[in-house]
Write a protein that binds this ligand. Structure first.
Ligand code: AKG
Length: 253
């Protein structure tokens, strides 16, 4: 699915957009699953707003913004389990991470039309730091995403700066790192944006009349150990390809 040159681009820039990883039918199946998760959460009165809080947006604007976000989506619906280990994903991950790849967690990020929440610029590293920094996100686009509906933005090569202090482990100083400085990564449904957990990224709010639905799978080399005991959850540890040489040394609690 990707060439050696693409893998070099990822290594150099800290991100890579791969077109057409999932076909229309697979995207449709995941979109339906996302809607059902939202519906079931609403029925169970668990449909909370997951929009990031903070002073990166004026409070009167922030209170109008909504994010439908749930973790461990592969335990909600098998369409995501299939996506996590999809042959196209495996082929890409083997080139970006190596022969052994493990799932760390999965989640969905749904920005509803007209009021979908923004993500201030941040690295994912503070949320789940690891020793060798193999950790990466694969953000699967279920809708076409552009500047209007809040597509992802990245700062190319920022992964080379290492870990940068965040406001309370949450996001970077928004005056120094406004969302507008990120390079927009417009994508079509079925495309996947891969980015390292040290790559600074974020996205604007959704001001369009279209939803922006993504599911995100976080992967690592199983040999890459957590350097702090944070973000250990029950969705963790599935082998996506290869073997787990450290199974006896480290198991999620
Ligand atoms: O999907 C997005 O726009 C950003 C998601 C993100 O940055 C995160 O979950 O860490």
């Amino acid at each position: 699915m990707i060439t050696l040159k693409d893998a070099e681009f990822y290594k150099e820039n800290g991100y890579l957009l791969v077109k057409g990883v999932f076909n229309k039918g697979e995207v449709e199946e995941m979109k339906n699953a996302v809607e059902q998760i939202i519906q079931r959460a609403a029925n169970a009165k668990l449909d909370r707003n997951a929009a990031w809080q903070g002073e990166y947006i004026p409070p009167n604007e922030l209170k109008k913004l909504v994010l439908k976000g749930f973790h461990d989506v592969h335990y909600h619906d098998s369409s995501f389990t299939k996506a996590v280990i999809h042959p196209n994903m495996v082929s890409i991950l083997q080139k970006l991470i190596g022969p052994n790849v493990q799932l760390h967690h999965s989640k969905m990020l749904v920005k509803p039309p007209e009021k979908g929440a923004a993500f201030p610029m941040h690295q994912d590293h503070p949320y789940f730091p690891h020793e060798s920094h193999t950790m990466m996100a694969a953000s699967v686009h279920l809708d076409d995403a552009d500047l209007e509906n809040g597509c992802l933005r990245v700062i190319p090569k920022s992964h080379k700066e290492g870990s940068i202090p965040h406001v309370g482990r949450h996001y970077l100083n928004h005056k120094e790192y406004p969302i507008s400085i990120g390079t927009p990564c417009p994508a079509e449904a079925g495309d996947v944006l891969f980015f390292n957990y040290l790559t600074i990224h974020g996205s604007d709010s959704n001001r369009s009349d279209r939803p922006r639905r993504n599911v995100l799978f976080q992967y690592r080399d199983p040999d890459d150990k957590p350097s702090a005991d944070v973000h250990v959850n029950w969705g963790q540890g599935l082998m996506v390809c290869g073997e787990n040489p450290t199974f006896r040394e480290y198991q999620a609690k």
